[in-house]
Ligand binder design. Structure first.
Ligand SMILES: Nc1ncnc2c1ncn2[C@@H]1O[C@H](COP(=O)(O)OP(=O)(O)OP(=O)(O)O)[C@@H](O)[C@H]1O
Ligand SMILES: [Mg+2]
Length: 308
């Protein structure tokens, strides 16, 4: 049985088509990234999968249970840390976790044990007596992840888990996601951060304007844009004709100015390197800096959703 199966999942808010016939699945034990720009439909998808909002069309199954027809069963194995931390400002950090555990039906003893363990893991145990409303935004975010994990769910939904966190906190959260993966848990996480998706996820879905542009491993998505290899070069001088000549070199598909450098997109970096040196030699220019870059997930993203 797959952890998540979505088929033709669609959501209209009035006339606004937020999610447009999205079909994908997530295997058990997979760390699955949902990557897209603002307003792409990531949160709406998460809300449909976790039973917080009803799909207009299409179906979704979580742990084999239909999210509309069997909402209680579908929710049972799921934890959700929403984009906006859902903590109760007036309750203490500790009581927030207790309350969440109660909702998820965790028994008293186990609840206290889990709470302590998780608050320690997330660096919040020393602050357990403080009111949650007094925590900084980043700490509230961490607390909401603790609350989503208190019942030890098989599937964890994290909506932008590292947005607004400082570098050490983001690293902590990523480390925890990785260890959940090692424990065989399924993690569905949304992010804007290409590098995060690249470094954490087994597979990534790219969504734009409610539609899936691609679903694949980060490595394979990179192959989609093999042509996005590039050579970054700067010269001792930059005569006006230089850009045109670079564009004319064999193997160069596109030239983009980046500050004092030129980025030459190509599927064939070695040929371009030769061309650059030949050009420099024949025109008496010196190459000041030179590097070759593989395609990044950012390139994949821009290529797949670009122009819209
Ligand atoms: N409750 C709502 N009522 C009306 N429109 C909504 C509602 N929630 C979302 N939308 C619209 O649906 C679309 C998708 O929004 P959604 O929040 O799912 O995007 P997102 O990918 O999570 O964006 P972000 O990266 O900004 O969090 C947007 O056009 C948004 O304005
Ligand atoms: Mg969102």
């Amino acid at each position: 049985m797959r952890a998540i199966e979505a088929e033709g999942l669609t959501k209209y808010y009035g006339p606004v088509l937020a999610v447009d016939h999205v079909t994908f699945h997530v295997e058990r034990g997979e760390i699955f990234g949902f990557l897209g720009p603002n307003g792409a439909g990531k949160t709406t998808t998460v809300r449909m999968l976790t039973g917080l909002t009803r799909p207009t069309e299409g179906t979704a199954r979580v742990s084999g249970h239909d999210v509309v027809r069997e909402p209680r069963l579908a929710k049972k194995s799921v934890g959700l840390a929403p984009e906006e931390p859902n903590v109760y400002a007036e309750l203490s950090v500790w009581d927030n976790v207790m309350f969440s555990g109660e909702i998820y039906g965790v028994s008293g003893e186990e609840r206290r044990e889990r709470a302590r363990e998780l608050l320690e893991l997330f660096g919040l145990y020393d602050r357990r007596k403080e009111k949650a409303g007094k925590l900084s935004k980043g700490l509230r975010k961490r607390l909401s992840i603790v609350m989503a994990m208190v019942h030890d769910p098989d599937i964890l939904f994290l909506d932008e888990p590292t947005a607004g966190l400082d570098v050490p906190s983001a690293r902590l959260v990523r480390g925890i996601v990785r260890s959940l993966g090692r424990e065989g848990k399924t993690v569905f996480l949304t992010t804007h951060n290409m590098e995060e998706a690249n470094s954490l996820c087994h597979r990534v879905a790219i969504i734009n304007r409610g539609r899936l542009a691609a679903v694949d491993s980060p490595e394979r998505l990179k192959i989609v844009v093999e042509r996005s290899h590039s050579v970054l070069v700067s010269f001792s001088e930059r005569p006006r004709w230089l850009e045109g000549r670079l564009r004319g070199l064999r193997g160069v598909e596109q030239v983009v100015e980046e500050g004092d450098k030129f980025r030459l997109y190509t599927a064939d970096p070695p040929t371009v390197l030769e061309g650059v040196f030949d050009l420099a030699r024949s025109e008496g220019l010196r190459v000041i800096s030179l590097s070759t870059c593989g395609p990044t997930l950012e390139d994949v993203f821009m290529r797949l959703v670009g122009g819209s």
